[in-house]
Design a protein around this ligand. Structure first.
Ligand code: GUN
Length: 283
């Protein structure tokens, strides 16, 4: 058996078309949704990510501003920029690209962003809202994974979901979103003694570690749904995920590819969050 692909590009195209339609409706009311993307330093991967984010805004009718600063920018200067963006009525979403240079306290900067503009969903207020099931912005990558499960009509209630990885950006919020949909959730991480024993029980596996071949075919229950959040390079420099795609696709019922899976969904959900921030601002 070969698993069906959950196509992140196709789903993104659908969701982005809806964003563009809603952005046009807001514009007709005199309000253009605006995203500010702040990049400090010259991390090449971050430069690619922020360019893609800004381009996605432009392509879908959102206003975007890219602020680029040298790595020498002080924490106080960055906090002052965040404060100015918090007050800017043309900006509905603020994204400070991570990682930040070591001399800047990233958590302090994230906490300086107004929760109303926290379209990354990284503020403690956003994390707390997700934990207690209150409205707030959800982190884009796990939010995109939930949309992918929704797109195949997957019913999480009563299912066992295993999340591999416990980051604040993906693993932890992913687990909370799955729990909110009434899945039984297990979070595995580097100190989990027998990962395979856990994943073999899973109806859904989300791999979010950042390491190749964390999930291989022998670790997957036949018919399970596999979501691959990983973004790694193999020996030939080719983009690959955390999942041994060739092997696992023969066991799973659905699988997300890398590239073309979760990656495009992350930017799509950033557009969705920015649009929602603007819609809330419009009342
Ligand atoms: N660095 C890697 N992924 C992300 C993301 O989703 N948001 C921000 N702000 N920084 C990142």
């Amino acid at each position: 058996m070969s698993a069906q692909l959950i196509d992140g590009n196709a789903l993104s195209a659908q969701l982005r078309a809806d964003v563009a339609r809603r952005a046009a409706a807001l514009k007709a009311r005199g309000l253009t949704p605006g995203l500010a993307v702040v990049l400090v330093g010259d991390n090449p991967a971050s430069q690619v990510y922020v360019r893609n984010k800004v381009k996605a805004c432009q392509d879908n009718g959102l206003h975007s501003v890219l602020e680029q600063y040298p790595a020498s920018l002080s924490e106080a200067e960055l906090l002052a920029r965040v404060d100015a963006l918090n007050r800017d009525p043309a900006i509905h979403g603020i994204l400070v690209q991570l990682p930040l240079p070591a001399h800047i306290d990233a958590q302090k900067v994230i906490e300086a962003i107004s929760p109303d503009k926290d379209v990354d969903g990284f503020h403690v207020a956003s994390a707390g809202a997700l934990m207690v099931g209150q409205p707030g912005f959800w982190p884009c990558t796990p939010y995109g994974c939930m949309k992918m499960l929704e797109s195949i009509g997957y019913k999480l209630r009563g299912k066992h979901a295993v999340v591999i990885g416990r980051s604040n950006i993906v693993g932890k919020p992913m687990a909370l979103m799955l729990l909110q949909k009434n899945a039984t959730v297990t979070i595995c991480h580097s100190a989990t003694p027998d990962l395979k024993a856990m994943t073999l029980q899973a109806d859904v596996v989300v791999a979010a570690v950042g390491k190749r071949n964390v999930l291989t075919a022998d670790m997957v229950k036949p018919g399970a749904v596999v979501i691959d959040v990983g973004m790694n390079r193999n020996e030939e420099g080719k983009l690959c995920g955390d999942v041994d795609f060739a092997g696992v696709k023969e066991v799973a019922s659905y699988i997300t590819p890398v590239p073309g899976g979760v990656g495009p969904m992350t930017i799509t959900m950033l557009l969705v969050n920015t649009l929602e921030a603007a819609e809330r601002a419009a009342g």
